[in-house]
Design a binder for this molecule. Structure first.
Ligand SMILES: NC(=O)C1=CN([C@@H]2O[C@H](COP(=O)(O)OP(=O)(O)OC[C@H]3O[C@@H](n4cnc5c(N)ncnc54)[C@H](OP(=O)(O)O)[C@@H]3O)[C@@H](O)[C@H]2O)C=CC1
Ligand SMILES: CC(=O)N[C@@H](CCC(=O)OP(=O)(O)O)C(=O)O
Length: 309
C-alpha cells in the first residue's frame, strides 16, 4: 500500500530537498500542487485532507495555518518549521533522543531545528547520564551554510559575494533556544552565537566546556563513550574516537547533501577544558533528511535515507 504524501511548501529550500530524497520511492504517492495553486488556501486544504501524511516546509505562520486547514482530516503531520517544537500535543522528531516508538505512533511531529540537532545530540545524553549539570551556564557557537536561511538568505549570499562571515542573533533570544533548553532539560537557556558563512550547506555546532570550573567534572573519555552509546542504536549519528583527532574541522563551500551527523569530543591534556562539536548538513539531519527519517519511522520503513554516512 502506498502512503499519500503532501509537501506544503514543496517549492522552497527544504521542500525541494525532501522531494529529491523521495525520488524513486514507490512507497509514496506524492500530491503535487502546481505553481498557480501552491499558495491557494482551498487547494492546500484539499491536499492536506487527501494526504495520509503532510510535511510542512513553510514559514511558522503558514505552518500554523496549515495545521488549522488540516483540522478534522486525521492527516499525520511533520512540521519542519519552528512553530510547534515545544508545543503541547506535538512529538519532537528527534528519534535518537525521544525514542522511535513515540515517533512511530505520533500524529503531530515537529522536526528539530538545525542548530538544536547538533546541540542536543552533544549535551542531552551527557545531562541525562548525570555527567553534565542541568544548571551549568552553557554556551553554543555555531556556523551554518546560507541555505539555513531559506530562499531569502540564499539570494542574498549569491548576490553579495563579498560577505565572508555573518554573525547574527545579536539581540540574543534566538528562536531555537526554547527547544535547546527543553530537550536537554536545562535550568536556563544557553548563550547562543549563530553565524553564517559563504557555503551553501553545512553546519558546525561547538559547545565549549570549562570543565575545570565544574564541581564534579566528567572525564573526556567518559563523555566520548557516553555519546558513542547514545549513537549506537542508529545509523545516522556517529561519534569519532580519541585516536588521531583531526587538527582542524572543515566545511566545504559546495558540499554534496548528506543526512548524517558526526560528533567529536576534544579535550586538553589535563582534562580542564573540552569542546563538544557536531558537524552536519543543515538541510540533511538539520531539516530534510530528518523529515525523511521521521517519515520512514512513521511508516514502519528502514529509517535511514540514501544519504547517510
Ligand atoms: N533551510 C534550512 O536549513 C532549514 C529550514 N527549516 C524550516 O523549514 C521551513 C521552510 O524553510 P525553507 O525551506 O528554508 O524556506 P524557503 O523560504 O526556502 O521556502 C518556504 C516556502 O514556503 C512557501 N510559502 C510561504 N508562505 C506560504 C503559504 N502561505 N502557503 C504555501 N506556501 C507558502 C514559499 O513560497 P514563496 O517563496 O513563493 O513565498 C517557499 O516556497 C521554515 O520554517 C524553516 O525555518 C528548518 C530547518 C532547517
Ligand atoms: C542560517 C539561518 O538563518 N538559520 C536559521 C535556522 C534554520 C532552521 O533550523 O530552521 P527553523 O527556522 O525551522 O528552526 C535561523 O537562524 O533562523
Amino acid at each position: 500500500m502506498t502512503t499519500r504524501l503532501f509537501i506544503d511548501g514543496a517549492a522552497g529550500t527544504t521542500g525541494l530537498e525532501i522531494r529529491e530524497r523521495l525520488q524513486g520511492r514507490s512507497e509514496f504517492d506524492l500530491i503535487v500542487l502546481d505553481d498557480a495553486q501552491r499558495k491557494d488556501e482551498a487547494a492546500r486544504r484539499d491536499a492536506l485532507h487527501a494526504a495520509d501524511i503532510a510535511i510542512l516546509c513553510l514559514p511558522d505562520e503558514a505552518a500554523k495555518e496549515a495545521v488549522k486547514l488540516a483540522e478534522g482530516s486525521g492527516t499525520r503531520i511533520i512540521d519542519a518549521s519552528s512553530a510547534h517544537r515545544v508545543a503541547e500535543g506535538w512529538t519532537y522528531g528527534f528519534p535518537e533522543l525521544i525514542g522511535r516508538d513515540k515517533i512511530a505512533n505520533a500524529q503531530f511531529i515537529s522536526n528539530p531545528g538545525c542548530y538544536p540537532t547538533g546541540f542536543l545530540a552533544l549535551v542531552a545524553p551527557l545531562v541525562r547520564a548525570g555527567m553534565l549539570s542541568a544548571d551549568w551556564p552553557y554556551t553554543v557557537n555555531a556556523v551554518s551554510g546560507y541555505s539555513g536561511g531559506g530562499n531569502a538568505l540564499i539570494d542574498r549570499f549569491e548576490q553579495n559575494t563579498d560577505i565572508a562571515f555573518r554573525a547574527y542573533g545579536l539581540q540574543l533570544g534566538h528562536k531555537h533556544l526554547a527547544e535547546m533548553q527543553a530537550y536537554a532539560g536545562l535550568a536556563c537557556q544557553p548563550v547562543f552565537s549563530p553565524s553564517v558563512i559563504p557555503a551553501h550547506r553545512g553546519m558546525v555546532v561547538d559547545v565549549p566546556l570549562a570543565l575545570g570550573a565544574m564541581p564534579n567534572p566528567p572525564q573526556i573519555d567518559t563523555m566520548r563513550e557516553t555519546l558513542a552509546t547514545f549513537c549506537s542504536d542508529g545509523q545516522v549519528i556517529v561519534t569519532h574516537g580519541p585516536h588521531q583527532p583531526p587538527g582542524e574541522l572543515l566545511l566545504g563551500a559546495a558540499s554534496a547533501p548528506w543526512d548524517g551527523m558526526e560528533l567529536f569530543v576534544f579535550g586538553n591534556a589535563d582534562g580542564t577544558q573540552a569542546r563538544l562539536v557536531a558537524r552536519l548538513d543543515n538541510l540533511g539531519k538539520g531539516a530534510s533528511g530528518a523529515a525523511i527519517q521521521n517519515l520512514n519511522i512513521m511508516c514502519g520503513l528502514p529509517e535511514t535515507t540514501g544519504l547517510r554516512l
